[in-house]
Design a protein. Structure first.
Lengths: 353, 467
């Protein structure tokens, strides 16, 4: 395996992690958006706030990770992508600003009107961003981004069958993942109503995402032939695995059994990985190969060394964050208003911390 | 495109605006965690409930500023590609290396910010304190990494170019540890503590001026102001060293800084003033020989400083850019000196009276120090960025060759300015709303208007719009 191959794997690791972790946070925004009015939507929104509050910023860093690996290791592809897909990437960037700041503001204001305004900005941008990212993925997969750091078509590159498929699939897959995670979190918070609420939505979203993915096969057949052929051949195991995981998670959700979360992660991860395998060895099908796009070895080695450092430092730290979160050790920001000076004497410490 | 216009000036404006916005949040991200930990440490060590309350509230404010900082920083990540695709396409293999490290630090910061901010109630106090320490370390490492990338643009090194101008060989350590990096990184890091300290302290200076003279507010002033007061004189020394590096390595930028038309010795330090289109200097107060002396004190006023005539016109800042650089330089040095004097006042009071200065004039100036420190820092960035023109990679690539060809950048620029203004104003209103809510919850004795006849009733306070 060359350094370029290793860097491509690191890149795809970042893309997959972003889809699984930040994807679920975006999906939570989707459920926030359609949770209804201030009164009806209060409880699901409280679960969503509680669930993504401590983790969304760490999850968001996977995007920075992906960008940095892409522009450092595959600069030419990065230049082509940003030149061609100027519009959807700009929309995604603006959506990210609105989403992150609105979410932080919503937690910090107390008037219902303010909370609703910030909530609306948070939730609608949570749908916009994954759609744009999916459209970008579709543009790349369907070969609409040319090699050589050149601009492709400014509009049809991201408004086309494969991009629309990518956008819709991203939104539905995020919603599905989020709903499954929220079932788990509601159960953890001991809220049976919300467990049931999100369980029904997880099943619905899972079915829709499955239908979109299935319909996508026909879209790719006519619009992204190289990736379609790849999915039919070398990436076929991932396609099958994804279908099995997805179907399995729906069965478990339907029976209200445990294990749906792991299977839903498997279903989405295999789609992302399968896409990468299907377009191999191309970075931009079918004009730029990974080996052609790769930076000099010195750069690739540096990035892989940093990735190795991250694997032994960041991954355990992320594990700590998720463990504390799952043990409900990160209940809310600060300690106002009740605790104040009482924190010194608090007896509610979690074992080991 | 229908309304396509030359994208280069718009791309420059958008980058300058978004970076100028983000850079205000950077000092808070880097230094506020350290100041919060100081309060937290003091609280735990001395069982001080006021310091603890301060640390808890600061961490909640930080949650807001960190979120806004994270997303505005992300926009810059997009903009590298959206605005400067040819720069990234050509130089990404070298320029990107420091960012790989930065990613590591940003991850660490995001993880531990979350644990620290959300961990107050359930983690044991000292364990919780220690979860804050990685934030401080990551803030330092992250800012050094980002500035290393900017320093590389000033002193590109660690790569080999092929005959066709493609980067074919990269030495990552030489990229990161380029010659400009130690000076620039130190300058920005100290700036982060200086600006963050003055900015937070200025809020509490206002509270003290309004008569909220309790221990809580004094602590809220003393901790950040002390941090800033230590940073200020250090920054003078670091800045002076960096300026000498520029003198030796970026003489065209130095000529713009010092407003020098023609090479010579005994060059005056011109305060204010401007350069005319024919290259002569008008106005301002020249201090004879000082620019030469400061450039190299060993040779004193006989030090030769290169002027604008020493460089091809195409390779140096334009006249108007020169005037911008010089004015920004004057503002930075002037305000920096003022802030250092303020720090000396504060230090002197502690030295001789074991207390902070109590006069209202000190507090009035301190209340302005936050905004002044931000202006100082922004001016510094203008000096280094505009002073590097016309280059994006010094002596290798021009800004105009790096920019996107998308004619619609003017639209995104206008949209971004609109969104950022709303986000900026909202951030301030939300932070202020949090503060007011806490004060209202504590009862009337801490509301403002110290000597006014009637403080507004508490009900009004709760109705104050916060968003």
């Amino acid at each position: 395996m060359s350094w370029a191959d290793a860097a491509a794997i690191v890149l795809w690791f970042g893309v997959t992690a972003y889809a699984l972790f930040a994807g679920a946070d975006f999906g939570a925004g989707f459920w926030d958006l359609i949770a209804g009015g201030a009164a009806r939507g209060e409880r699901p929104r409280a679960v969503i706030d509680h669930s993504i509050g401590p983790v969304w910023e760490a999850n968001h860093v996977w995007l920075i990770f992906t960008f940095v690996v892409l522009w450092t290791c595959f600069s030419e592809a990065f230049a082509s992508i940003t030149l061609t897909l100027f519009v959807p990437l700009t929309l995604a960037a603006l959506g990210i600003v609105l989403r992150g700041s609105s979410f932080a503001f919503r937690k910090s204001v107390f008037r219902t009107r303010d909370q609703r305004n910030f909530g609306a900005a948070f939730a609608s941008s949570s749908v916009l961003v994954p759609y744009c990212m999916g459209a970008v993925a579709g543009a790349i997969a369907s070969g609409r981004v040319p090699a050589g750091g050149e601009a492709g078509e400014p509009v049809s590159s991201w408004i086309n069958p494969t991009s629309i498929l990518g956008g819709v699939l991203a939104v539905t897959a995020c919603a599905y993942l989020a709903a499954v995670y929220l079932v788990w979190d509601s159960r953890r918070f001991g809220d049976e109503d919300m467990t049931e609420y999100f369980r029904r939505r997880a099943i619905a979203a899972g079915v829709v995402a499955g239908v979109v993915a299935f319909a996508g096969i026909f879209v790719l057949h006519s619009d992204a032939r190289y990736v379609f052929d790849g999915l039919k051949s070398r990436a076929l195991p991932f396609v099958i695995l994804s279908a099995l995981c997805g179907a399995g998670s729906l069965v478990l959700l339907f029976r209200d059994a445990r294990g749906a979360r792991a299977l839903s992660i498997g279903a989405v991860a295999t789609v992302v990985i399968g896409w990468g395998v299907a377009q191999w060895p191309y970075m931009l099908p079918t004009s730029l190969k990974v080996s052609q796009a790769a930076a000099p070895d010195g750069t690739l080695q540096a990035v892989i060394i940093v990735f190795a450092i991250a694997a032994v430092t960041i991954l355990p730290a992320l594990g700590l964050l998720f463990t504390l979160d799952q043990k409900s050790a990160l209940p809310e920001e600060g300690a106002e208003p009740a605790a104040g000076s009482e924190q010194l004497q608090t007896s509610g410490s979690v074992d080991g911390f | 495109m229908l309304f396509a216009v030359d994208p280069v000036p718009w791309a420059r404006s958008q980058m300058a605006f978004t970076l100028g916005f983000h850079i205000i949040l950077v000092p808070l991200g880097v230094s506020w965690a350290a100041m919060t930990l100081i309060a937290n440490y003091h609280a735990l060590k001395h069982d001080d409930s006021e310091a603890l309350r301060l640390a808890q509230r600061w961490s909640k404010y930080m949650a807001v500023t960190f979120a806004v900082g994270a997303v505005t920083g992300t926009v810059l990540t997009f903009e590298f590609g959206l605005l400067w695709p040819h720069f990234m396409g050509t130089w990404g293999a070298a320029f990107g290396v420091p960012f790989a490290l930065e990613g590591l630090f940003f991850f660490t910061e995001a993880i531990f910010v979350a644990i620290y901010i959300y961990g107050w109630k359930r983690l044991k106090p000292w364990a919780h304190f220690w979860t804050g320490v990685p934030i401080v370390v990551a803030g330092i490492g992250g800012s050094i990494s980002v500035v290393a990338a900017n320093a590389w643009m000033n002193d590109p090194s660690g790569f080999t170019l092929s005959s066709s101008g493609k980067v074919v060989d990269v030495h990552p350590l030489s990229v990161i540890f380029n010659n400009a990096m130690p000076y620039q990184a130190a300058h920005m890091l100290v700036a982060a503590y200086l600006v963050g300290g003055f900015l937070v302290a200025s809020v509490y200076a206002v509270a003290l001026l309004r008569g909220r003279n309790t221990r809580y507010y004094r602590l809220g002033f003393i901790i950040p102001f002390t941090v800033a007061a230590i940073a200020a004189p250090v920054q003078m020394a670091v800045g002076d060293t960096l300026a000498r590096w520029v003198y030796n390595n970026q003489p065209a930028k130095f000529a713009a800084i010092e407003l020098v038309p023609t090479t010579g010795d005994d060059i005056p330090e011109t305060l204010l003033g401007h350069m005319n289109s024919n290259g002569t200097v008008s106005g301002g107060i020249p201090i004879p020989g000082l620019a030469s002396f400061l450039s190299d004190p060993r040779t004193g006023t006989s030090t030769v400083v290169q002027g604008r005539n020493a460089f091809p016109t195409n390779d140096e800042p334009t006249i108007s850019e020169t005037n911008v650089v010089h004015l920004a330089w004057d503002i930075m040095v002037g305000l920096g000196t003022l802030l250092t004097l303020l720090a000396a006042w504060y230090g002197g009071a502690w030295l001789f009276r074991r207390d902070m200065p109590r006069t209202r004039w000190f507090l009035r100036i301190a209340a302005c120090a936050g905004v002044l420190a931000v202006i100082t820092m922004e001016s510094g960035w203008v000096v280094t960025e505009v002073g590097r023109q016309p280059w994006i990679v010094y002596n290798y690539m021009r800004v105009q060759d790096a920019a996107t060809t998308n004619g619609g950048v003017w639209v995104t620029f206008l949209v971004i300015v609109g969104i950022y203004l709303v986000v900026g104003v909202t951030t301030i209103l939300v932070l202020r709303g949090m503060s007011r809510r806490w004060r209202a919850a504590e009862g009337g004795e801490e509301t403002d208007v110290p000597y006014g006849p009637s403080a507004p009733p508490p009900v009004v306070r709760e109705e104050v719009p916060v968003g």
